[in-house]
Design a protein around this ligand. Sequence first.
Ligand code: ADE
Length: 341
Amino acid sequence: MSVERLVTRKSISKEEDKYNISLRPSTLKEYIGQKELKEKLSISIEAARRRNEPVEHTLLYGPPGLGKTTLAHIIASEMNSKIIVTSGPALIRTGDLMGILTNLNRGDVLFIDEIHRLSTVVEEFLYPAMEDFKVDFVVDKGAFAKTINIPLQKFTLVGATTRAGFLSAPLRNRFGIHHHIGFYAVDELVKIIKRSASILDTKIDDDATYEIAKRSRGTPRIANRLLRRVRDYVQVKSDGKITKKLAILALEMEGIDEKGLDELDRKYLRILIEHYNGGPAGIESLAASLNEESDTLQDIIEPFLLKIGFLKRTRQGRKIGDKALAHLGIKKSNSLQSSLF
Ligand code: ADE
């Protein structure tokens, strides 16, 4: 079963991509949150500027929707250079990458999203490009095969991945700079929503902003998506100004509760409580009960439930967290209690 969710961290449409591009900050100064990362990045950028060199290859890792693409664009614009955007799955043959690399100018940023999904041959083709700014291209076959060495301009590779551990060690080690992007605090999301509302020329009061921020799962992309849904609702149902009451009505209509959980999250938790007595339950059994793939549960549903303490992962399997029971208004029964601790 495929899942279409309003609270997914992945981009859900080309329309959404366009909307996000219009909201994207273009300088580090405008960028909200990730204080430490911003400080470190601004030093790397300033040092590179002073040396008149490109920024070192930079690896950004963290869950989707937190700003990896935005940061790659910021590095390029702060360095006054061009950015070329591609992704691991789009680079099928070495020829695809060859074309891109040989067209780079000095200081350009090449952004490879989902870099952990590069094929082994393309990944290995990238090594000399990263290390020595050259590519080894093999022409002809068999006895006539020759390797041509093509020099490249010095460029910056920015790679993005959801987990640094997904990368092979040789690729990971070729990045001089590694940055982790973590979830945003509610007060940071409040600032992001205010900034977005102002760019979109939408009136929103402070309570409504806070309400949307609280339901955004620590993720700017979700915050901006919820803002867009609430804005549509208010435009139709009211005079266009977003108030807390209207924001809650709009989000409830979408099935999103005050923690940012949707119907699928709640169904997962209820099945764990009702069918498995709060756990421990194996991932495959849970997937079968929910009629979902176990990968979907692990990649899409569980990370946020684990983060907010609604779920615990143990050697024996998944267990419900106490906070989830309180949130769903379920009292701990004796049997639940004994299975919980
Ligand atoms: N829009 C999306 N993410 C943002 C961020 N971190 N700062 C400012 N605006 C944003």
